[in-house]
Design a binder for this molecule. Structure first.
Ligand SMILES: [Zn+2]
Ligand SMILES: [Zn+2]
Ligand SMILES: [Zn+2]
Ligand SMILES: [Zn+2]
Ligand SMILES: [Zn+2]
Length: 483
């Protein structure tokens, strides 16, 4: 006879769960799906659980504070003397940093007290109040062992100070073995949180029945599984075109150069032949390109620039002057500093930050590929190459169709400005809002009005139909209404 496990005596439930979790593989596979709160709750249920959780380093290897309520920066809570604020020493010398990083510093203080902080290798602070000073401490303070850090969509962050902290951590005279940080997610958007904030997630553990904890775990891993199945195409390797919702400050380029080979980001430098870091630097006639440029903007291009677009092969030659960025192919070492790795800076970190591993390979590896491509058992023939061409917008301005992501490289096409008439141009701007489009895209979106002969866009001239422009369609409607 099947029996509902909730009807079993409490001691048996506890013993069964304890036996299951004593298998360290089960524990380390389950823990990443839980909040800190759930884990500490479980630890508080009995001495055995407490021992198990605090003595297994993998339990806190990955820590996501993004959905922990205490980590939220809430001015009201501070004004009313909320619990959050009590973690921080309040005095008249309070700095702006103390103020905005107060909630997180309080949590880190507690984690250090429980001796958990040093186990944390993948730390997610997405959407929280995170100051540059706090990140500086995570980079420098030996109490932290964070290897992969995510600070996407954070608040109160001074980007200039953050860039300085990163450049300082990667300076040539840095101590051996530092920084421990190897990967930083900062440019992309944070993952949408499934459902609302999980209520009452404080860092102080309170006892709950193991059955309740187990039920919560089960539903969470189910959700995580559903979410991962509904994944959209992989950034960079599969999803072509624009990669970021926001503009990236030009100043970031020199930070990526300074951190090259030491800290990887969720973006890479543009490899276009007009940049100093390009494998094709010096191989393309830049003077001719500049002379042919349609606008002054496409003639002056910075030495280094963060790539914002992922492209496939050029529509003309199928490749790019600089070649592809192909997963598994080693990067060229651009630096004589042997403490720099050639893959860090070549491949972007992929979202979300890894769940079951804290290695950089896992954070960069495209889905369906192996983390160690040269593994003897990896079947190379069967696998489709995961590759892309990373470009900044300046490098594709006159040679890229925003409609279908087709583009023409510098060797195949000088640019829209080089051609005598629109007939020879691969991309032209026929609708202001559509931007530069190729002939096929223009054929599907642009029409000539059968009544007035004017041009219109099916997407952006709202109210137009397949034969007439919005103005003529509106006029005939008004005419019918009058008579
Ligand atoms: Zn080409
Ligand atoms: Zn570029
Ligand atoms: Zn197109
Ligand atoms: Zn349009
Ligand atoms: Zn018309």
């Amino acid at each position: 006879m099947a029996r509902d496990q909730n009807h079993l005596p409490l001691e048996i439930q506890q013993t069964a769960l304890l036996q299951l979790l004593t298998n360290s593989l089960v524990l380390s596979r389950t823990a990443p799906y839980l909040s800190c709160y759930d884990v500490l709750n479980l630890a508080a249920t009995s001495r055995a659980f407490r021992y198990l959780i605090y003595q297994t380093p993998q339990v806190f290897r990955r820590l996501d504070l993004g959905n922990v309520k205490t980590a939220q920066f809430d001015v009201d809570a501070i004004d009313h003397g909320g619990e959050t604020w009590r973690n921080v020493q309040v005095d008249e010398n309070l700095t702006e940093d103390d103020f905005y990083s107060g909630p997180l510093r309080g949590i880190f203080y507690n984690l250090k007290r429980f001796d958990i902080l040093r186990d944390v290798q993948v730390l997610t602070l997405d959407g929280l109040s995170v100051t540059a000073e706090l990140i500086h401490d995570i980079l420098i303070d030996p109490a932290f062992s964070v290897r992969i850090l995510s600070i996407r969509d954070v608040k109160n962050l001074n980007n200039r100070k953050l860039r300085q902290a990163l450049q300082y951590a990667c300076r040539d005279s840095r101590p051996e073995g530092t920084p421990r940080l190897q990967g930083l997610y900062v440019f992309g958007p944070k993952e949408p949180t499934p459902g609302a904030l999980i209520k009452e997630q404080s860092m102080s553990p309170s006892p709950t029945s193991p059955a309740a904890v187990a039920a919560a775990w089960n539903s969470k891993s189910q959700k995580a599984l559903t979410a991962s199945l509904a994944e959209e195409p992989e950034a960079w390797y599969e999803r072509r075109g624009k990669q970021f919702p926001h503009r990236i400050d030009q100043e970031w380029a020199s930070t990526l150069v300074a951190c090259d080979g030491i800290i990887a980001f969720d973006a890479v430098l543009c490899t276009g032949p007009r940049h100093l870091n390009s494998p094709a630097w010096g191989k393309v006639n830049i003077e001719a390109l500049n002379a042919a440029a349609a606008s002054p903007a496409s003639a002056s291009i910075p030495h280094f620039q963060v790539a914002t677009h992922s492209l496939g092969g050029c529509a003309g030659c199928g490749s790019a002057p600089e070649g592809w960025t192909t997963w598994g192919e080693d990067g060229h070492s651009r630096d004589r500093d042997t403490r720099r790795s050639s893959n860090i800076g070549k491949f972007p970190l992929l979202a979300p930050p890894p769940v079951h591993s804290s290695t950089l390979g896992a954070a960069m590896c495209p889905s369906g590929q192996s983390v160690r491509p040269h593994h003897p058992f990896a079947n190379k023939a069967e696998k489709k190459k995961a590759r892309f061409v990373p470009r900044c917008f300046d490098c594709i301005r006159d040679r890229y169709c925003t409609g279908c992501n087709q583009w023409w490289c510098e060797t195949c096409y000088a640019g829209a400005g080089a051609n005598s008439g629109p007939d020879q141009a691969h991309v032209i701007k026929s609708c202001w809002e559509c931007g530069m489009n190729c002939k096929e895209c223009i054929d599907t979106t642009q029409r000539m009005c059968k009544r007035c002969g004017g041009g219109y866009c099916l997407i952006h001239n709202e109210g137009s139909d397949l034969v007439a422009c919005d103005w003529c369609v509106g006029r005939s409607r008004r005419f019918r209404e009058l008579y």
